[in-house]
Design a protein around this ligand. Structure first.
Ligand SMILES: N[C@@H](CCC(=O)N[C@@H](CS)C(=O)NCC(=O)O)C(=O)O
Length: 211
């Protein structure tokens, strides 16, 4: 089976990259420079007309949508335990992933792309303020969930990487989130994993090459 992951630094494509690495999968990575609009080329739009990463090419068939990609990787590589094995815990894990993709991820777009939320001149500051409030509400929920536990479920799963990506992205905007001690401890635990260190080192190299 041939796997190719279309990836951009700082984006949620980090999550399937970590999942494939945790699984020990053999895969290629294709870097997409969104700042240079490489996600808007006819070739990329053929793979994903929604012009978004990640895309996972599975024997030439594009799979889009982060949640679907993560579930596919987890099912393909069960030994990596990327989702809980117990069906009730697994569906709860999918519920958390659905929350991240449908709620937290859209809230992360206010800061970098205020113009996508309101085109009234001078509205960017307000859009960002609202985005920050929405994110703080989301992260307060996660903070309670992570209190007294290492991971979202009984062991590390791809849900942890997905949340980590969102929290790290929010921190990169300079939002004031210092009081969220459990989210920060979770971030530190994730960044201790060899798979994540490998992907972050790759991200650094790609960012430098895109500069
Ligand atoms: N619903 C999609 C969202 C993916 C997404 O928004 N990706 C961003 C990067 S984090 C992207 O590629 N943005 C480029 C664009 O919107 O043109 C998923 O979960 O895979």
């Amino acid at each position: 089976m041939k796997l190719t992951l279309f990836y951009s630094p700082m984006t949620c494509a980090l999550v399937p990259y970590v999942a494939l690495t945790e699984a020990g999968a053999s895969f290629d990575v294709r870097d997409v420079n969104t700042r240079a609009n490489q996600h808007l080329t006819p070739e990329f739009l053929e793979l994903n007309p929604k012009h978004k990463v990640p895309v996972l090419l599975i024997d030439g068939d594009p799979l889009t949508e982060n949640v679907a990609i993560q579930i596919w990787i987890a099912r393909q590589f069960p030994g990596a335990r990327l989702l809980p094995a117990d069906p009730r815990a697994e569906i709860q894990a999918i519920a958390v992933m659905s929350w991240i993709t449908s709620t937290i991820h859209p809230h992360l777009t206010h800061y970098p792309r205020p113009e996508n939320h309101c085109d009234t001149p001078g509205s960017a500051v307000g859009v960002r303020r609202v985005g920050a409030l929405l994110l703080k509400e989301d992260f307060a929920i996660a903070e309670k969930r992570l209190a007294g536990r290492e991971w979202f479920f009984d062991h590390f799963t791809t849900v942890d990487t997905y949340f980590y990506w969102a929290f790290r992205r929010a921190l990169s905007f300079g939002l004031e989130l210092t009081s969220l001690e459990h989210c920060h401890a979770h971030l530190a635990r994730i960044e201790n994993r060899a798979s994540v260190q490998q992907v972050l080192a790759y991200e650094k190299r790609v960012l430098a090459s895109f500069a």
